[in-house]
Design a protein around this ligand. Structure first.
Ligand code: UT7
Length: 332
C-alpha cells in the first residue's frame, strides 16, 4: 500500500482593520519608533478593537477564506484543530465554536496550546492524523487576540504583539511527491518563569489580587528569551535541512515565526539563505503568536511555486520549538 501524504491544499488569513502604529505606542509608553524598528523590525500591528469579539471571530474569517478558495464543503471536514493561547473560553474550546460557526457537522475538534510554536505543533498533529489514513481533510487554525493579554503600560511587551489568524486545509494525497516531509519538535520546560502568564490557571487562579497586580498579562524576560530563541531556531532549521540533504540552493523559502526580525535574520544567516528567500511580515503584523506562520503562508502564497521546498521554524514559551520541511503542492 502506498504511503499517504499530508498536503497543504489552501491557506487563508485574517487581520483586523485597526492599525496600531509605533507612533501611537509612543503616546502610551516611553518608547520611540526608531528603537522599536531597530530592535524588533516592527512598524505596526493589527488590533481587534471590538471587546465583544474573541479569537473565534478571527479564526472563522481565516477558515472561511480557505474553504472558499479550495471550494470545500464544511461537512466534508473530518477534523478541526485550533492552536491559541487566547481562546474565547477555556471551555468550550475555540475549535468547538468554530465547528458550529462553519457548519462542520462531521468534524471532531479540539485546541492545542504550545505558545508561539503552537501552529507548528498543530501542523505536526494534523499531519499524523492524515498520514494514519483514518482522516482525509483537516482544517488547522492558528489564532491569537494578543491585545487582551498585553499590558499597554509595559513597554517590554506592548510593542511586540498583534492580533490575527491563519488557516490551512491539510488533505490526504496518494502522491508522495508533495506535502509534509519531515519535522523536529522540541520542548524544554525550564522556561516556565522566563515567559509566562502568571495568573488565571489552576495553580494561581484569578482573584481581585491577581487583577490588581496585572498578573493576567504576558510577561517575558526578553533578552534571555531572545538568546535562547536565536540558538534554538537556527539549530533546528539547519538540522532539518541537513537531515533532508537540503542546501541553501535547494531551499526556496524559510517561513519563520515572527517574534523579532533579528531572530529571523540570524536563523536565515545560519542556513545560508538570503532574505529574499524568507517570508517576513513582522513589520506590518508584529508577533501574533499562533497566527504568525499561517499568516506568512497566506501572505506569501502567490510567490510559492509547486515543488518549492519550504522550511517552517518556530520558537516560543515553554520553551517550545521546532522545524518542519514540506514540499509546496500548488501554484496559485
Ligand atoms: O515569541 C516567542 C518568544 N519571544 C521572543 O522570541 C522574544 C525575544 N526577545 C526580544 O525580541 C527582545 O528581547 C525584546 C524586543 C523583547 C527586547 O529587545 P532587547 O534588545 O533584548 O532589549 P532589552 O530588553 O535588553 O533592553 C535594552 C534597553 C533597556 O534599557 P537599559 O537598561 O539598557 O537602559 C530597556 O529598558 O532598552 C530598553 N527598552 C526600551 N526602550 C525603548 C526596553 N523596551 C523598550 C522600548 N522602547 N519599548
Amino acid at each position: 500500500m502506498s504511503k499517504i501524504s499530508a498536503v497543504i491544499s489552501g491557506v487563508g488569513g485574517y487581520v483586523p482593520d485597526y492599525v496600531l502604529t509605533n507612533r501611537e505606542l509612543e503616546t502610551m509608553v516611553e518608547t520611540n519608533d526608531e528603537w522599536i524598528v531597530s530592535r524588533t523590525g516592527i512598524r505596526e500591528r493589527r488590533i481587534l478593537k471590538d471587546p465583544t469579539l474573541g479569537s473565534s471571530f478571527m479564526a472563522e474569517k481565516a477558515a472561511r477564506m480557505v474553504l472558499e478558495k479550495t471550494n470545500t464543503n464544511p461537512e466534508s471536514i473530518d477534523l478541526i484543530l485550533c492552536s491559541t493561547i487566547t481562546p474565547d473560553y477555556l471551555c468550550p474550546v475555540t475549535s468547538n465554536i468554530l465547528c458550529e460557526k462553519l457548519g462542520a457537522k462531521n468534524a471532531f475538534s479540539y485546541d492545542l496550546m504550545a505558545a508561539c510554536s503552537g501552529f507548528l505543533y498543530n501542523l505536526s498533529t494534523g499531519t499524523s492524523f492524515i498520514e494514519s489514513g483514518r482522516y482525509k481533510k483537516a482544517l488547522l487554525v492558528g489564532v491569537d487576540k494578543m491585545s487582551v493579554i498585553v499590558n499597554y503600560k509595559d513597554r517590554n511587551t506592548c510593542i511586540i504583539f498583534g492580533d490575527g489568524a491563519g488557516a490551512v486545509l491539510l488533505e490526504a494525497s496518494e502522491n508522495s511527491e508533495y506535502g509534509i516531509k519531515d519535522m523536529i519538535m522540541r520542548t524544554d520546560g525550564s522556561g516556565e518563569l522566563l515567559l509566562n502568564i502568571k495568573a488565571g490557571g489552576s495553580k494561581y487562579p484569578s482573584s481581585k489580587h491577581t487583577v490588581e497586580n496585572n498578573e493576567h498579562y504576558i510577561y517575558q524576560e526578553g533578552a534571555t528569551v531572545f538568546k535562547i530563541a536565536v540558538t534554538k531556531m537556527a539549530e533546528v532549521s539547519t538540522e532539518i535541512m541537513n537531515r533532508n540533504h537540503l542546501t541553501k540552493e535547494s531551499v526556496q523559502w524559510l517561513v519563520p515565526h515572527q517574534a523579532n526580525k533579528r531572530i529571523i535574520d540570524a536563523t536565515a544567516d545560519r542556513m545560508g539563505l538570503p532574505l529574499d528567500k524568507v517570508t517576513i511580515n513582522i513589520d506590518k503584523f508584529g508577533n501574533t503568536t499562533n497566527g504568525t506562520i499561517p499568516l506568512c503562508l497566506w501572505d506569501f502564497e502567490k510567490k510559492f511555486k509547486k515543488g518549492d521546498n519550504l522550511i517552517l521554524a518556530a520558537f516560543g514559551g515553554g520553551f517550545t520549538w521546532g522545524g518542519m520541511y514540506l514540499k509546496w503542492a500548488y501554484n496559485s
